[in-house]
Design a protein around this ligand. Structure first.
Ligand SMILES: [Zn+2]
Ligand SMILES: [Zn+2]
Length: 297
């Protein structure tokens, strides 16, 4: 392991699974004939983005299951986890655990280098997309037992690739190979790289309204990245109010994830929605004025 990455908290290993999956998705793009992409491909992929990234990742796994920012039915929990798998981001249980590890360390001053953002974009590309953290002591992260032993999470953690490949096969039979590659390999590549870049950028530049007391990272907001990421790019807001289902706090912060939460609560699919007004974390200290940080890669 690289010397700078050494930590007593656990080991940071090269992940063959993560790496092979990423390059398999990326390389398959060369087989796409871009000249025959039609309107139906745009419409299908637009809908798939809302379902998989919006409902599966942002609303389902991130706001609902990880941060428990609302209550929902078992059925919706299952559907959202399945939709997360169709993002192609990987094993949902592993994503849940890694989120707990990141939050735990970023909220402390003794944060290991792997979880800090003191490195360049290129370094982050390698660290974030090719390495994985294996903790020495899982208990310190207080991951709820109900999640670690959740049957759907456990089942999908073993079968996520089979489910993804089954989805590919259905697509292939219905719409042919070109549309299938666009809706799977190309879409997943954009999602993986987009998620990675937004995660990096939202710790490096943007504006922030709060500082988290005693934390190593407080994150930044970015109007454009927030808009294209279902609100995930309003990262300082999210660090400040982690249990809020609403990542936006001003009219110009367009949070499609929050719109989906609002819609699902109107449809009575989710309830007891928490927002920042109700649960201001005492450790989130407002700045006197908004702080800006310019991009530096
Ligand atoms: Zn989070
Ligand atoms: Zn963060």
């Amino acid at each position: 392991m690289n010397e700078t990455l050494k930590t007593n908290a656990g080991t940071i290993n090269f992940s063959w699974k993560k790496t092979i999956w990423l390059y398999l998705m990326m390389l398959s793009i060369i087989f796409i004939d871009f000249s025959i992409i039609g309107w139906h491909d745009f419409i299908i992929n637009f809908c798939l983005l809302f379902l998989t990234v919006g409902i599966g990742h942002s609303v389902g796994l991130h706001r609902g299951i990880i941060h428990k920012s609302y209550k929902t039915t078992k059925g919706f929990r299952k559907i959202s986890l399945y939709l997360f798998v169709l993002t192609g981001l990987g094993n949902p249980l592993n994503w849940l655990k890694q989120h707990y590890f990141r939050d735990y360390w970023q909220n402390r001053k003794d944060c290991p280098r792997y979880f800090q953002y003191k490195h360049s974009l290129i370094t982050d590309y390698f660290w974030n997309l090719h390495l994985t953290f294996i903790p020495k002591d899982l208990n310190r992260y207080n991951i709820p037992e109900e999640d670690l032993s959740d049957p759907t999470l456990l089942w999908l953690s073993k079968t996520w690739h089979v489910n993804y490949i089954a989805f590919m096969a259905i697509f292939y039979f219905l719409l042919g190979i070109n549309s299938m590659l666009v809706a799977t390999c190309l879409r997943t590549t954009i999602i993986i790289l987009g998620h990675w870049y937004i995660g990096y950028a939202s710790h490096k530049y943007g504006y922030s309204r709060h500082k988290i007391k005693g934390a190593d990272e407080s994150g930044y907001n970015d109007v454009l990245l927030g808009l294209i990421s279902f609100g995930e790019g309003f990262h300082n807001n999210h660090h400040s109010y982690p249990t809020s289902a609403k990542f936006s706090s001003k009219w110009y912060e367009i949070d499609f994830g929050w719109m989906l939460v609002w819609l699902l609560s109107k449809l009575k699919i989710i309830k007891n929605v928490k927002t920042q007004d109700a649960n201001l974390k005492p450790s989130a200290i407002p700045h006197k004025t908004v702080i800006w940080k310019l991009p530096k890669f």
